[in-house]
Write a protein that binds this ligand. Structure first.
Ligand code: AP5
Length: 210
């Protein structure tokens, strides 16, 4: 199944995609992770993306479209994939439609006040992309998967999160109607106090996975 995970920053797209990737044996393709890896490696693309990401703005369409188009050619995408954080604008969705067939666009919906709480406690591993929350780390500061130190993303600062939510509302939320018109939209409404495993069970149910 070729899937898109839509939803505001912090809705849990990455967390759900990482669980599904393992269980369904299909890759999670996160444009945010790819851009952060490029920033860490200091590539030209990473350096040009940095100022957009740290301001909570979107990286230009042509940059991310090129990255995703290349990535989808890889062998591991043959049996399906999860696009996490792409597309994020109508032009990106239109471009994607030229080189991929999407079976499901899953809209993960969560209230803004929960998002702000979640993002302020998020810690990430820049090496393997694993995501954690301080509330479940029991004080640990290293990645359980690869042992690297965990960091707080610069764009998780409260003022930047506010801008990311505004950018989401203006530029990405229209994709909900876009994919609804295409007949592939499914929505998971996350309850504020649901655990990761409860949300994941909801996601599997909506995707009609056993
Ligand atoms: P990206 O990395 O894609 O960020 P995002 O979409 O803003 O989404 P997040 O990664 O912040 O959140 P998420 O929904 O994955 O939530 P998570 O699972 O981590 O993009 C970053 C930037 O890159 C963009 O702002 C832009 O500049 C650029 N970019 C990327 N793609 C682009 C594109 N296509 N076009 C242009 N620019 C692009 O969960 C959040 C926290 O909550 C975690 O701590 C997690 O542990 C916790 N959590 C999750 N579920 C639960 C639960 N049920 N209960 C408690 N805690 C939970």
């Amino acid at each position: 199944m070729n899937m898109i995970f839509l939803g505001p920053p912090g809705a849990g797209k990455g967390t759900m995609a990482q669980l599904l990737m393992v269980d369904e044996k299909i890759p999670q393709i996160s444009t945010g992770d790819m851009l952060r890896q490029a920033m860490k490696a200091g590539t030209e693309m990473g350096l040009s993306a940095k100022r957009y990401i740290e301001a909570g703005e979107l990286v230009p369409d042509e940059v991310v479209i090129g990255i995703v188009k290349d990535r989808l050619q890889a062998d591991d995408c043959k049996n399906g994939y999860i696009l996490d954080g792409f597309p994020r604008t109508v032009p990106q969705a239109e471009a994607l439609g030229q080189f991929a067939k999407i079976d499901v666009a899953l809209n993960i919906d969560l209230a803004d006040e929960v998002i702000i709480k979640r993002l302020s406690g998020r810690r990430v591993c820049l090496k393997c992309g694993a995501t954690y929350h301080t509330s479940t780390l029991n004080g640990s500061e290293t990645c359980a998967a690869c042992g690297e130190p965990l960091v707080q993303r610069k764009d998780d600062a409260p003022e930047t999160v506010k801008n990311r939510l505004a950018v989401y509302a203006a530029q990405t939320a229209p994709l909900i109607a876009y994919y609804e018109k295409k007949g592939v939209l499914k929505t998971v409404k996350c309850e504020p106090h649901a655990t990761v495993q409860e949300n994941y069970a909801q996601v599997r149910k909506v995707l009609e996975l056993a």
